[in-house]
Design a binder for this molecule. Structure first.
Ligand SMILES: [Zn+2]
Ligand SMILES: [Zn+2]
Length: 168
């Protein structure tokens, strides 16, 4: 009997946590806990002092172990994962565009249009996901255009030469 009573008592009585800075009841106001020693503070008291006010503790980091503050943190953790998958795909496609662009310039200009198409797809996907467009995509686009223009110039020169031959 007595054991049960002593066990259940601490759970029922609400512990009054006091602010380490102003020594006032913490109550329902915004609270923060020192990341070093878990001393409770009012949020504004912490701001005023700039660090933990427990003696000997000069911790600058603080934590908020309330439910309200935890939920957005979980949501934030999920988002980067989705972004990472999209980012990986964008990076892959951007690299493909770059390789196609290099091939277009170095080997075969006919690959140019494919590099441009790939780079445009990457740019679109990145914009939809609100992610920065990778430099490789831009490079692929530019190289793709250079390759394509090179082919067009080559055809143009050939036509010119043929025309000159024809006039001679
Ligand atoms: Zn306070
Ligand atoms: Zn502290």
């Amino acid at each position: 009997m007595t054991k049960r009573a002593t066990r259940s008592r601490p759970k029922r009585t609400s512990v009054k946590v006091r602010c380490a800075y102003c020594h006032d009841d913490l109550g329902q106001r915004d609270r923060r806990f020192c990341a070093g020693c878990m001393s409770a503070h009012h949020a504004d008291c912490w701001e005023e002092h700039g660090m933990c006010s427990a003696s000997g503790c000069e911790e600058l980091e603080w934590v908020v172990p309330s439910e309200r503050e935890r939920k957005p943190r979980r949501a934030k953790k999920r988002r980067p994962k989705r972004h990472n998958a999209t980012l990986a795909r964008i990076t892959n496609d951007a690299n493909t565009a770059l390789i196609l662009g290099v091939v277009a310039v170095m080997a075969c200009g006919l690959v140019g249009p494919f590099a441009i198409m790939k780079a445009n797809t990457v740019t679109q996907t990145a914009r939809q996901a609100r992610l920065p467009v990778p430099g490789a995509a831009t490079a692929g686009l530019v190289l793709g255009w250079i390759g394509t223009v090179g082919v067009l110039l080559g055809i143009g020169l050939m036509v010119l030469q043929l025309g000159m031959f024809a006039t001679i």
